[in-house]
Design a binder for this molecule. Structure first.
Ligand code: G6P
Length: 476
């Protein structure tokens, strides 16, 4: 009986590849205290968790050192999933980031298919599923996140049919033609279909998945957003993720942030315009596109060095995966080329920061920028675009946004570009720099309203509400 096992405790179990904490290095070089990593998911869930005392989060603790027992931090029950170094390599670097990530992002880089990677992925998904089954109270709700864990809903359902299971994919779900290339397409689809509710960032993602499930003959379509498998209903819908708007909006008005932004511009020599990009160093983000566009505008003397500067923050990411190593070299090469061609002493046109920024540094950069460049080739949502808009309390600044970012549905008053069209990106950058402040303000006000309306907490609440309705008694 479940009740007899005291570890079946949580009414809500959130499952993501990473735990929402990281371990600081202690003074002695050993692992020190845990601190909460300020991700979107943690802030989205904060109010939900506050009135859910019996809550648990299952995830990888960030290292393959000795297994850790479940522990409580900041009121959250954390259940670490222990992975050996080899499992981490096969599951995370291999199948997750060498196969699924590129394939789900339109194969901007080739996706590799290796049976050993998939075996590791299966093993790790199984481990997460076992931890969930051990942590969840009878009839509890389980919310599984992202592409690293697509087999988990199926595994959990097989062991614990009493649970309500939701799954949310943070990245795009690809068109059927791409997805069907995966040798394990049936397994992955069946895994996802183990959920009662499958959420996507956009309606296209939801439609792509429904088409895949139908075309592989693994589910029947009941209506636009409803599939069924073996008579069990499965809702498939979009839930565009939001941000913690207050954190960014309030942060932006703090005097030290304003002073920080002024200092950034001073250090740049008070140029007429500051262009900013902030991304993980990832080949999906189109960092090279904007560098090339900027370099050409300098070469054509449409931008003058010293008058228009570009700051690119590229947070180190997935540095053990080959495609990321190659991207780093490509980006560094482009930055070096542009600065070599156009710098004067003390005035390099590109400032490239391959480091992660703390919140205040990021806010100062956000506030220092006139133009924000978000030009991914493909992106599930892109929260940087929303964060930046949230900091424009004075309705200044222009967002240049790729039509292939999920955020374009809500931020449709940005200057929208096709990142494959360098000339189009160049025109948009010139237009952004020259835009009349009244037009910029009108566009920004509309975008700010949209970001404020759909914040992270509403996103989490609407998903959990839909899950309760889908898997509740009225649905069966
Ligand atoms: C994307 C993914 C997340 C992932 C994050 C950071 O946003 O959707 O699942 O956690 O990138 O990547 P990392 O590989 O460092 O976890």
């Amino acid at each position: 009986m479940l009740e007899e096992r005291k570890d079946h405790i949580a009414d809500l179990v959130v499952v993501a590849n990473r735990l929402p904490v990281r371990r600081e290095q202690g003074d002695d070089g050993e692992s020190g205290d845990w601190t909460v990593s300020p991700g979107g998911l943690v802030s989205a869930l904060a109010p939900v968790v506050a009135d859910k005392k019996r809550f648990a989060w299952v995830g990888w603790p960030g290292s393959s050192e000795a297994p850790l027992e479940p522990f409580t931090h900041d009121g959250m029950r954390l259940v670490p999933a222990h992975l050996t170094a080899e499992e981490h390599e096969l599951h995370y670097e291999g199948m997750s980031n060498g196969t699924l990530w590129p394939l789900y992002h339109d194969k901007i880089e080739p996706a590799e298919f290796h049976r050993t990677w998939y075996d590791g992925y299966r093993r790790v998904n199984r481990r997460f599923a076992d931890l969930i089954c051990d942590s969840a109270a009878e009839d509890a709700t389980v919310w599984v996140h992202d592409y690293q864990l697509q087999l988990v809903p199926g595994y959990v359902r097989a062991n614990r049919p009493d649970l309500s299971i939701g799954f949310f994919l943070h990245i795009p779900f690809p068109p059927s033609e791409l997805f069907r290339q995966i040798p394990w397409r049936e397994d992955l689809t069946i895994g996802l279909l183990g959920a009662d509710l499958i959420g996507f960032q956009t309606p296209e993602g939801a439609a792509n998945f429904a088409r895949v499930a139908e075309s592989l003959d693994l589910a029947t379509r009941e209506s636009a957003n409803l599939l069924s498998r073996n008579g069990r209903p499965i809702e498939v819908r979009s839930f565009p993720i939001g941000i913690d708007v207050e954190r960014y909006a309030e942060g932006a008005t703090r005097p030290e942030i304003t002073a920080g932004a002024v200092a950034v511009r001073e250090r740049l020599g008070n140029p007429r315009s500051v262009l900013l990009g902030v991304d993980r160093l990832d080949y999906t983000k189109g960092i090279d596109v904007r560098l090339r566009a900027f370099g050409e505008l300098l070469a054509e003397e449409r931008f003058a060095p010293g008058e228009v500067n570009l700051i690119q923050v590229a947070e180190p990411s997935r540095g053990n995966v080959d495609a990321y190593v190659a991207l780093r070299e490509r980006v560094q090469g482009l930055v070096g080329e542009i600065n070599g061609d156009f710098a004067r002493v003390g005035v390099p046109p590109v400032h490239y920061i391959h480091q992660s920024q703390d919140f205040d540094e990021l806010m100062s950069l956000y506030r220092s920028a006139d133009v924000m460049m978000v030009t991914p080739f493909r992106d599930g949502m892109n929260l940087v675009a929303k964060e930046w808009v949230a900091t424009r309390y004075d309705d200044t600044g222009v967002l240049v946004l790729s039509e292939f970012a999920g955020a374009v549905h809500e931020l449709d008053r940005a200057l929208i570009v096709n990142p494959y069209d360098i000339d189009g990106v160049k025109e948009a950058l010139v237009r952004a720099v020259l835009m009349d402040p009244a037009e910029a303000a009108e566009r920004m006000a509309a975008m700010r309203a949209s970001v404020e309306q759909n914040n992270a907490v509403k996103w989490a609440e609407s998903f959990l509400q839909a899950l309760a309705e889908t898997s509740g008694p009225q649905a069966s």
